[in-house]
Design a protein around this ligand. Structure first.
Ligand code: ZN
Length: 279
C-alpha cells in the first residue's frame, strides 16, 4: 500500500512522466473487479477526460491526484500505477491483460492501473468529490509540511483517548492520512517507543522522540523515493531500507541484535524489539 513517502514519490514521477500531456483515450472499468470502486460511471471517463491536458500530479496522504484542467483523477492507496510508453510498460513488457484503468496521451506516454485487494479510482470535476476519505485527506496537514508542527501533534494527542495505543494514534482513523501500518514500524522504532504502548504511559521524553521521529522518518523515506517494500511508477522498489518490516523480521534488531516480535494488532502486524522499545 502506498503511504506518504510513496505517494509523494509517485506524484513527482507522474508529473515528470505525463505532465503536459494531452489525453488521447481512457479505458476504465474494462476488467470486472469486486473491490475496485469508481466515482460515477467508469464508462464515462473517456469522454470526460479525452482532449484535456494533464497539468501535474500531487499527493494527498496516501492518495495520488492528477490535475487535468478542471478535472481530477484520484487513485487511492490500494491502486498500483505503472508508467506506459507506446502501449507497453515502460520496461518494455506487455501491459497486464486485466486492468482497472488505462490512460494514454497523444504522444504515447501513459499509465495503467491495477487493483490487487481493493482500491478507488475517481474522475470528477474539481470540487465535486464528496468522498469523506478524500476530503479528510485533502484538508489534513501533511507530516512532510511545516504546518505539521509540535502544536499540531500535541493537539492530536490531546484529542485522543489516553487508553489509545501509539499505533492507534498514528495509524488509525485518518488522524494522519497516509501514515499507515507500514511507515509506523520504523517511526516507532526510531523513537524507541513501543507501538502497543498506551498514550497515558508515555513520558514527555517519549512524546518528544515520537514527534521528532514522525517528521524525520517520513522525510527520510520520502527523500529515498519510498520504502523498499513498495514499488514506484516504474515498478522499482523504493530506496529506503526498512528497519522493521515483513522483509527484515528474521534479521534481529538493528540496534541490539535481539529478536523482533511480530504481533497482529489493529489490522496488520506490528514489529518491535522488546529491549529497545519497552512497553
Ligand atoms: Zn533492540
Amino acid at each position: 500500500m502506498l503511504e506518504i513517502p510513496e505517494s509523494a514519490t509517485m506524484a513527482e514521477q507522474l508529473t515528470r512522466h505525463v505532465g503536459g500531456g494531452r489525453i488521447a483515450r481512457v479505458i476504465a472499468g474494462l476488467s470486472p473487479h469486486g473491490f475496485a470502486f469508481y466515482f460515477g460511471d467508469p464508462q464515462a471517463y473517456d469522454t470526460a477526460l479525452t482532449g484535456r491536458r494533464i497539468d501535474q500530479a500531487r499527493a494527498i496522504g496516501g492518495q495520488v491526484e492528477l490535475m487535468i484542467d478542471d478535472m481530477r483523477l484520484v487513485f487511492s492507496d490500494g491502486v498500483n500505477i505503472r508508467a506506459t510508453r507506446q502501449g507497453r510498460l515502460s520496461d518494455g513488457h506487455p501491459l497486464p491483460k486485466k486492468h482497472q484503468l488505462r490512460l494514454e496521451c497523444e504522444d504515447g506516454r501513459g499509465i495503467v492501473c491495477t487493483v490487487q485487494m481493493y482500491g478507488c479510482l475517481a474522475a470528477f470535476p474539481d470540487g465535486m468529490n464528496d468522498n469523506p476519505y478524500y476530503l479528510v485527506a485533502t484538508n489534513a496537514r501533511s507530516p512532510l509540511s511545516d504546518s505539521f508542527d509540535r502544536g499540531h501533534f500535541d493537539a492530536l494527542v490531546a484529542q485522543a483517548k489516553p487508553t489509545l495505543s501509539v499505533k492507534g494514534l498514528l495509524a488509525t482513523e485518518q488522524r494522519i492520512p497516509g501514515l499507515g501500518n507500514g511507515c509506523l514500524q520504523d517511526i516507532a522504532f526510531n523513537a524507541r517507543v513501543n507501538p502497543l504502548a498506551k498514550l497515558h504511559d508515555l513520558t514527555s521524553d517519549d512524546l518528544d522522540r515520537l514527534f521528532a521521529s514522525v517528521k524525520t522518518t517520513l522525510a527520510a523515506m520520502t527523500a529515498a523515493g519510498g520504502r523498499d517494500t513498495e514499488k514506484d511508477l516504474y515498478g522499482a522498489p523504493g530506496g529506503y531500507a526498512t528497519q522493521l518490516s515483513a522483509k527484515t523480521v528474521g534479521r534481529g534488531c538493528p540496534i541490539c541484535g535481539g529478536s523482533i516480535t511480530r504481533k497482529a494488532y489493529l489490522g496488520g502486524n506490528v514489529y518491535f524489539c522488546e529491549t529497545c522499545q519497552p512497553r
